[in-house]
Write a protein that binds this ligand. Sequence first.
Ligand SMILES: [Zn+2]
Length: 371
Amino acid sequence: MSPGPSESETRGQLGAFPPRTACRKEVTITSVRRVQHEALGNVLEEAGTSLSNVLRLNCCLTDVRNFQALNEVFQHYFGESLVARTTVQIARLAGEYAVEMEVAKGGKRVDTNKRWGKVLWQEMTRPEFEEAVRERAMVIIPTGSTEQHGPHLPVSCDINNSYSIAVEVAKRVEDFRLIVSPPVWSGFSPHHIEFSGTISLNLHTFEDLMMEICKSIHRHGFRKIFMLNGHGGNNAPLNSITQQLVQEKVYVATVTWWNLIPQELREIGESPLGGMSHACEAETSLQMLLQPEAVRLDARVKEIHPPLMSMAKNDFRESGPIAYGFDFKRQTQHGVYGDPTLATLEKGQRIFDATVSKLILALREYYAVEW
Ligand SMILES: [Zn+2]
């Protein structure tokens, strides 16, 4: 087993370009490191190319507040023209910009759609993982559940949503590489266990499972690990293990997808509060988009319950400060909390697109974080 780069090696490579991939052998790649920005044009000219052929630019700023300086560099050299891929790395360096460029001689551009290798972890071979570590790939772990979602949705709803979002994001992002791990279909669902079809882990088993997955991925050299969650019951355990893993020097981040887009859900949703919670307007709309063959539209029932306490809001669009134990068997009739009768394919598409866009922004920011 290859242990992957150590922490210090990874830090030493800050901003370094990944090795050439097969598609990038078509062009000559020049790496220009740690040059004062005044000299960039000259350096490129000596290398037989020009600023117009810059495919990718990494800037390491001397000061995290120095975005204005970065903008000056961009405007000076590129004006309004678009650099195909730009990554801003934030680091403390000694009194100069560290700039790395990837350029094509003769103006021949690489096909950005073919830039990176495989997206799905389960399809990769061992050498491909070693290459992905050198490319400083980020790994997304989709989490969800196998649990009842009322009479109309499949039990795979939550994991299908997070996995589908993760794969779409990984395909779209071009400025760094994303790999999607195998989806974690088992979650923490004690509140659904009384309904048929639910498979639940207990709290510590779920936490241990996620910790071991994160630690395994980290052990191979991946330093950016992001858990994308699709099940409300996993939310608190995942937040806890992000802290627990700090003790192991494994730094990860997590989000439950609907928490990325509360404003968009307020605009898209037609149901009153309580209409987007479980097997609801939002989840049903997404499933109509993502696995329509598994949705029984004619079996939809509306169940909106007031929260047991006014300061506990059970809705994707708004959460209150108070949490309490919610037992679906006791507190709902059909295992539904929300209004799936208002779900539409069009809403599913809007929710999917909004989540993907927001997640891309979040992951770009996370990629630039140096722990
Ligand atoms: Zn769900």
